[in-house]
Design a protein around this ligand. Structure first.
Ligand SMILES: Cc1ncc(COP(=O)(O)O)c(C=O)c1O
Length: 413
């Protein structure tokens, strides 16, 4: 029997939530769209779409340097998102919020600036075995350049971060610890507060890749005491092309710029350039104005629904999906654990993930298949990839049942 664990969250009016997402109201391959690829990117509520529209229709202008009215309006809107982001993650100061184009760029920025200045031969950077390539490759690049070593915390059979492993790797050589808040491939939520505390005991700084956390969990960078915090707008109901790097003021001020160009300078002569104060030192060139502005309504959407309500709703979907898929003989679930964001990763014994993806798409169900940019994690489990369903605020129990029914059917082919 399927429905035993389904708890309809009374504070959560799913019909009203879905009405905010025009894209959901469509047929794909003759079936109503079931969108379960939210860990790759979420859909956008109408407020975000309208924000983009109204910027381009009403006040498109370059920011910061203009004295005319449109430039002023665009600047105010852009800077007001910075304040929203500050409150959203509980950062102490708005100058500690840097706009980037996404998590990848945020991590690359830290590796190329903090990493390049602070890593030396023999130093170590620790990451975990479940990292997204975006939190592996930038560290490989900088370690290679500086003669530092990349250490990896192995993941348990159940897909969890192993604290004892981590404790064993920490030493005075550790300069940077860079770990995911939650895994995009498995959903596992990592014990980031303890990781940060332990790393700090050795004087290492900690970067959290929060790409998969911000849309699901309450986030408080001040309480966590993390040094850097990276995330993408498009995975939290905002537009593509905008991301955030939070960094502690003291660290950001000591770091050299990432890129040179307009906006990031105080004064330029051919002999010497002085740099702007943070955050502008790290925002060279014309930024992604429209998308930064449209990130604010995405944050408002999350705040209005409430992370706790979203989490309860998604947790119900995840539990229901997990129970349904456990009943299907040929399904193997990865990280079948309780402390997860709403990601369900599985394989089918008799079918390649890619083929399953095609068959599900034929039924209007959008899931992701493959290595999810976590090839070392897939290698650790001895697989090429998984089928990943990831749930968002607008998904329903009925959709989960459609997925489970479809998986049951295709697994019996
Ligand atoms: C955990 C994690 N880190 C980093 C990234 C990279 O994010 P972006 O492609 O937005 O830079 C992703 C995207 O899937 C992710 O899931």
């Amino acid at each position: 029997m399927h429905n035993t664990t389904v708890d309809t969250n009374q504070t959560f009016d799913i019909t009203r939530v879905r009405d905010l997402f025009p894209i959901l109201d469509q047929q794909v391959n003759g079936h109503p769209l079931v969108y379960f690829d939210n860990a790759a990117t979420t859909q956008k509520p109408i407020q975000v779409i309208e924000s983009l529209n109204s910027y381009y229709k009403g006040y498109n202008a370059n920011i910061h340097r203009g004295i005319h009215s449109l430039a002023e309006k665009a600047t105010v809107a852009y800077e007001s998102t910075r304040e929203s982001v500050m409150n959203f993650i509980n950062a102490p100061e708005k100058e500690e919020i840097i706009f980037t184009k996404g998590t990848s760029e945020s991590i690359n920025l830290v590796a190329a600036t903090y990493g390049r200045t602070n890593l030396n031969t023999g130093d170590e950077v620790i990451i975990s075995g479940m990292e997204h390539h975006s939190n592996i490759v930038p560290w490989q690049l900088i370690c290679e350049e500086k003669g530092a070593e990349l250490k990896v915390v192995r993941i348990s059979d159940s897909g969890e971060f192993q604290m004892e492993e981590f404790a064993g790797l920490l030493s005075d050589k550790t300069k940077i610890v860079a770990v995911g808040y939650a895994s995009n491939a498995l959903g596992s939520i990592n014990p980031v507060a303890e990781i940060i505390e332990m790393a700090h005991r050795y004087g290492a700084v900690v970067l959290l890749d929060a790409a998969q956390a911000v849309a699901h969990l309450d986030v408080d960078v001040k309480k966590l005491n993390c040094d850097f915090f990276a995330f993408s707008g498009h995975k939290m109901y905002g537009p593509t092309g905008v991301g955030v790097l939070y960094g502690k003021r003291k660290l950001l001020e000591a770091m050299p710029p990432y890129q040179g160009g307009g906006e990031m300078i105080k004064e330029v002569t051919f002999e010497r350039t002085t740099y702007a104060d943070i955050p502008y030192k790290f925002e060279a060139g014309t930024p992604n104005i429209a998308d930064v502005i449209a990130l604010k309504p995405a944050i408002e959407f999350l705040n209005n629904l409430g992370k706790k309500n979203i989490h309860t709703h998604e947790e119900n979907l995840l539990q229901h999906a997990t129970e349904r898929l456990r009943e299907i003989k040929k399904v193997n679930i990865y990280a079948d654990i309780s402390n997860k964001v709403s990601v369900l990763s599985f394989t089918l014994e008799n079918m390649h993930a890619f083929d399953a993806g095609i068959l599900l798409d034929a039924r209007g169900i959008a899931i992701r298949t493959g290595h999810h940019c976590t090839q070392p994690l897939m290698a650790r489990f001895g697989i090429e990839g998984t089928i990943r369903a990831s749930f968002a605020a607008y998904n329903t129990v009925e959709e989960v049942d459609q997925l489970a029914d479809a998986v049951e059917k295709i697994s019996n082919r």
